[in-house]
Design a protein around this ligand. Structure first.
Ligand code: ZN
Length: 245
């Protein structure tokens, strides 16, 4: 039996299915993988460019480099993979998505129950009083040369809602992990499952479907492993489910 059919059988026979997504699901939307060795990010180290240390101690460099990554992410559109997951949620076949991505593409595609364990780039907040603003407020201030951008309320420094290197994991991580307590099947899409603590999440569930271009450390305990383009695979899974209705 082919892997798509096997994955669909597993999804249809599970009480609760969740998806866990990483950078690989967004590469077809033109977003380079932070950790891939080729392309855009060879010129800067995102671990450094998007770090709390940079933001606090060298804001002028942060707003030249790290901030540019966030701007790029805000201009991209969801692809067929994001859309398939949103439809599967709408149809009731998956309960939601836990994502390592900060590109907002699951939300843009229409997914409702999304846990963004590395934060998001829709909003910013004041590090002193906590006041929340929309991302374009930061864009305006930076374009006017206000570096670092400051809170209108208290004058504190504004920062993006992304989880930066040096930050704690947000509430979404523990809430997402809680969702997996009663989940039977986890569909891992486009994650190499090498980044802690997200790489522990597959151990919460009985069944695993892994869709990733390259092998992962969890392949040997997965029920279905598909090393192919995730946009195509998720689209086929959606089609197969629709065909069986
Ligand atoms: Zn403030």
């Amino acid at each position: 039996m082919d892997n798509i059919k096997k994955a669909v059988d597993l999804i249809l026979n599970s009480k609760k299915v969740f998806a866990l997504t990483g950078a690989g699901i967004s590469t077809d939307s033109g977003i380079p993988d932070f950790r891939s060795s080729d392309g855009y990010y060879t010129k800067m180290d995102p671990a450094l460019a998007l770090s709390k240390d940079r933001l606090l101690n060298h804001p002028e460099i942060f707003y030249k480099e790290g901030y540019k990554i966030l701007l790029d992410l805000n201009d991209q559109k969801p692809n067929g993979g994001h859309i398939a997951l949103a439809k599967l949620e709408e149809m009731g076949y998956i309960a939601g998505v836990i994502t390592q991505n900060i590109d907002n593409l699951h939300t843009k595609a229409g997914s409702k129950n999304v846990y963004e364990v590395h934060g998001e780039t829709r909003g910013i907040h004041c590090m002193s009083c906590g006041k929340e603003y929309e991302f374009p407020v930061m864009r305006e201030k930076v374009e006017k040369g206000e570096i670092p951008p400051r809170c209108d309320n208290c004058g504190g420094v504004l920062r993006p809602n992304v989880v930066m290197f040096g930050d704690m994991m947000p509430d979404d991580f523990s809430r997402g992990a809680d969702e997996l307590n009663d989940t039977d099947t986890l569909i891992v899409v486009g994650s190499s499952l090498t980044v802690s603590p997200v790489n522990f999440l597959p151990s919460y569930v009985d069944h695993l479907i892994i869709i990733n271009n390259d092998p992962t450390p969890m392949d040997n305990r997965a029920d279905v492993v598909i090393h192919e383009n995730s946009t195509e695979v998720l689209t086929k899974i959606l089609e197969e489910i629709e065909n069986r209705k």
